[in-house]
Design a protein around this ligand. Structure first.
Ligand code: MF3
Ligand code: CO
Ligand code: CO
Length: 272
């Protein structure tokens, strides 16, 4: 895992992360009943090209995988993550995660958000909101001396308290000059366990929370991951830097959803 403390390098990483977040700002108004996930992919790719950045997901092929075809991931309803954009038409009540990873000047910025298509169902709104709080409860743990277990525990405790479950097979990850590197940032765990955080670490926190059971299934397309019981799933993702006294969220943008009140009312560190 790379520790990044050089200010010029951090500025480049910040710029990559903010570009990814700005793509999400850009695509938001297009997410309406009748649009296809493929059209959202096309628009995002066009914007990336305009910004002079590359999609990190197009052609991404970790061992045992076929190259991912999309410029973004689009995961709808019971799809947990890595949904492939295509001819699926979105309808009112669908919940959609869009996950954007761009490469700018050799740095990877990785962030995802939930979007409601038309009117959300009550369950979908609740799951989406609680998953958002899970992300920020995890972020709130980040400071030198804290451990990855502190992050995982905060997320798991809150999700399970609300009767939801945490996906175990996928996790947050170190990120910077590579897409996925150490450490693995689990979204469950025990306080005080695991890797100790030090300033300059950069990783994602990206909890995947299911309304039903936590078990997953991989679709035959080789990528899309769904809930085995077909229950709804939600995910939010930020890329975070460990600072001298806490954290800095790197994947900020003008239109990102404001952090929950428990962050803004007690903020010791940098969010934007
Ligand atoms: N952006 C995802 C993450 O948060 C990874 C997507 S890989 C893909 O780690 F190939 F599915 F696009
Ligand atoms: Co990620
Ligand atoms: Co991502």
């Amino acid at each position: 895992m790379g520790i990044v403390t050089d200010q010029a390098e951090l500025a480049q990483m910040r710029a990559a992360c903010q570009t990814a977040a700005t793509i999400l700002d850009y695509i938001a108004p297009f997410i309406k009943p009748g649009v296809t996930t493929g059209e959202l992919d096309r628009l995002c790719l066009e914007k990336m090209t305009e910004f002079g950045v590359k999609s990190a997901t197009i052609g991404y092929a970790p061992p045992g995988h076929t190259p991912f075809p999309g410029a973004i991931c689009t995961s709808v309803n019971h799809q947990i993550c890595h949904g492939i954009p295509g001819d699926k038409v979105l309808k009112s009540g669908d919940a959609l995660n869009i996950d954007v990873t761009v490469i700018k000047d050799g740095w990877f910025g990785d962030t995802s958000r939930m979007f409601h298509v038309g009117e959300p169902t009550i369950l979908s709104r609740r799951l989406t909101d609680i998953t958002f709080d899970c992300l920020w409860l995890g972020i709130q743990q980040v400071r030198p001396g804290a451990t990855l277990g502190d992050i995982g525990h905060a997320i798991q405790k809150y999700a399970e308290k609300h009767g939801f479950s945490v996906v175990r097979e996928f996790c947050g990850h170190g990120v910077g000059r590579k897409f996925h590197e150490d450490p693995q940032v689990l979204h469950y765990g025990k306080p005080g366990t695991g890797v100790k955080l030090v300033p300059g670490m950069i990783f994602t926190i990206e909890p995947m929370i299911n309304a039903g059971r936590r078990e997953i299934r991989q679709l035959a397309d080789g990528w899309t991951v769904v809930t085995r019981d077909h229950s709804l799933s939600a995910q939010w993702e930020h890329t975070v830097l460990v600072t001298e006294d806490g954290y800095e969220v790197l994947t900020t943008s003008p239109e990102m959803q404001a952090p929950p009140a428990f962050i803004t009312e007690s903020t010791p560190t940098t969010v934007a």
